[in-house]
Design a protein around this ligand. Structure first.
Ligand code: GCU
Length: 617
């Protein structure tokens, strides 16, 4: 069996020996990991574990001279063990004292299809599905469990939210397979979740999937019973309903609260949660209709339902009101549902952010989002996975940083992006400090650079339709997805203030006021909230058009600088080769973006670049 993946460590460089089969629970994994690490590192230190079940996911590291004691629940001791190893490996201060995760539910959503493809996957095929069945290397799943546990991720949703072949997931013959898979991850404190199809009763012979029909509710209760009998610690079900042509309660004139609650009641006896996605909008919009504004959709739909959801329903909200764009304001729904349990959803898969070809380290973006959401209102966090069957797990070797960092942010949303990026570098590559700092700096700047050469001032959606890589400023303009920039010769952007679509009014007043005034609206969101002429004068006294040109020229130039910086890094040969090949593609992509977007706006505005740089006619 090809085990190349084992030597490409993603960030587990410190952990030399694979976790053997038969290591049965988090405590045993913790003991194995610390012993092998300390032996290999010849530190002369030892670790003693004190199981304390009531601490559950928390742990406390104490230092006694040269030795450590880790007290905690299960899997708390395991999180403590990894935190200790991570810190020793990085030469960081040991995190003594009690540590507990901020979000109880820290979940990876895998968009894996049973045929082995991954929706929006950029790192190869599914690691566990192929041709309609489970097909995996158990050692690799153990390594996956270890990766997730090492950064505190505790739930993995196994299948795509678009459940294309629902019958295959919950039929009895597949349940033992789900359990076998769950059993491999269990010692790592990782539980499974399953995506379900709201219309499944129809496919099983019922005449309806109406959530208010008692036959439907009974069918789901029975289903839940069978599923939990097979996988007793399943975390719950994840549902995408009435969204992008997926079936849902609206077909029966029922609300999403009715739909979610019916399912929540079926899973409740087993301690399951029902995660309901709030990614719901009209994907059949007429572009001529300027009244409908897609970003409004989730708030308009769910806000009136606050207080109607059962206590084991979690409403999962994408961080922005559109769809994982490079820059969006934080979703106003995150502020608007005080009586509902909420999860925030990120996307590690780089769908709109460079396909794991272009560098895009997410921690700086998450820092901004976390600072704005009033994170205390959110109690769960999910991210779409960026993993696949590629040997290095994430296609681009540096894309592993985003999974690592997601775990650390889910544990502590106050994390410092630079520190997390550095920690990943230290735990992945053995680089001299000066070289390591070059890599840290490239990664830290990568998001801002990508934003500069792609998305001007919060416009979004100038990407090629379908694939979502490369520029196409009018690609989405006359389509049904509700994603318009309305650029013409007079100006660009959508007025989302009270005088326009009114979207800005969905925010609490102080945030609304800041966004609604073009003088106080942050530059990077200016065209998200306002429609402005090309000669609009920005706060720094540049005109809007000049700023668009400058950003695109500077962004493409900065991509070339990143390439230069990477060339000199003494990385392991496969990673270096892969990173440089992708960097070359990124530089080409950045130039393409620069030229297409600048030409597009030059044609509309008729205004030349003040600095006389080349803009194609
Ligand atoms: C995006 C993505 C889809 C996905 C959807 C979702 O629109 O392009 O592939 O299904 O998000 O989050 O459900």
């Amino acid at each position: 069996m090809d085990r190349a993946w084992e030597s490409r460590k993603a960030w587990l460089a410190a952990l030399s020996a694979p976790v053997p089969e038969g290591v049965n629970n988090p405590l045993e994994v913790a003991a194995f990991e610390t012993e092998t690490y300390l032996d290999a590192a010849r530190t002369g230190r030892s670790v003693r574990f004190v199981p304390y079940p009531a601490m559950k996911e928390s742990y406390e590291i104490c230092r006694q001279g040269n030795d450590f004691q880790i007290k905690g629940g299960q899997p708390g001791v395991l999180y403590g063990a990894y935190a200790l190893i991570r810190a020793l490996q990085a030469g960081e201060e040991i995190p003594v004292g009690v540590q507990k995760p901020y979000y109880p539910l820290r979940m990876l959503n895998c968009w894996d299809n049973m045929d082995g493809t991954i929706e929006r996957g950029y790192a190869g095929r599914s690691i566990w599905f192929e041709q309609g069945r489970f097909d995996y290397d158990p050692a690799r799943i153990r390594q996956l469990g270890r990766m997730l546990a090492s950064v505190g991720i505790n739930v993995l949703c196994l299948n795509n939210v678009n459940v294309h072949q629902p019958a295959q997931h919950l039929t009895d013959d597949l349940l033992p397979e789900v359990e076998r898979f769950a059993a491999i991850l269990r010692p790592f404190g990782v539980r499974l979740m399953l995506s379900i199809d709201f219309s499944q009763p129809l496919q099983q012979g019922l005449p309806t999937a109406d959530p208010e029909d008692e036959r439907v509710a009974a069918w789901w209760r029975q289903r839940a019973k069978e599923v939990w009998r097979a996988v007793p610690d399943l975390a719950g079900f994840l549902v995408k309903a009435d969204s992008e042509h997926r079936p849902g309660p609206n077909a029966y004139g029922r609300t999403h609260a009715q739909g979610a609650n019916m399912l929540a009641r079926a899973v409740k006896p087993f301690g399951g949660v029902l995660v309901w996605r709030a990614f719901v909008y009209n994907c059949m919009q007429d572009w001529r209709d300027t009244k409908t504004d897609r970003p409004r959709a989730a708030y308009d739909l769910y806000r009136p339902m606050d207080g109607q959801f059962d206590d084991n329903v979690i409403l999962q909200i994408k961080y922005g009101p559109f769809d994982f764009q490079v820059r969006e304001p934080v979703s106003p729904l995150l502020y608007a549902m005080p009586k509902t349990r909420l999860a925030i959803e990120f996307q590690l898969a780089q769908e709109y952010t460079g396909h794991q070809i272009d560098l895009y380290a997410m921690p700086p973006m998450w820092r901004e989002i976390m600072d704005q959401t009033g994170k205390q209102r959110v109690e769960a966090i999910a991210a779409v996975s960026n993993l696949g069957r590629d040997d290095n797990w994430t296609g681009h070797p540096f894309a592993a940083l985003n999974l690592f960092a997601f775990g650390l942010f889910a544990w502590n949303p106050d994390a410092d992006p630079e520190r997390v990026i550095r920690l990943w570098c230290q735990n992945t590559y053995d680089l001299p400090a000066e070289e390591r700092e070059k890599l840290v700096s490239v990664l830290l700047r990568s998001r801002a650079i990508y934003e500069k050469y792609t998305a001007p001032l919060g416009l979004c959606w100038m990407v090629r339709p379908d694939g979502h890589y490369g520029p196409s400023p009018y690609g989405y303009e006359f389509q049904a997805w509700g994603t318009y920039n309305r650029a013409d010769c007079r100006g660009v952007g959508v007025d989302r203030t009270a005088g326009g679509t009114g979207y800005a009014d969905q925010y609490p007043p102080e945030i609304r006021d800041r966004y609604a005034d073009s003088k106080t609206c942050p530059d990077e969101l200016l065209l998200f909230f306002h429609r402005l002429p090309y000669d609009f004068v920005m706060r720094d006294e540049r005109t809007l058009i000049q700023r668009i040109y400058d950003d695109h020229f500077e962004g493409a130039e900065a991509a070339e600088e990143m390439q230069e910086a990477l060339r000199g890094l003494p990385l392991p040969p496969e990673d270096r080769q892969e990173a440089l090949t992708r960097m070359e593609m990124q530089v080409r992509n950045a130039r393409e973006w620069r030229d297409v977007i600048n030409t597009f706006f030059h044609r509309f505005s008729g205004i030349d670049d003040k600095k006389g740089r080349r803009i194609y006619d």
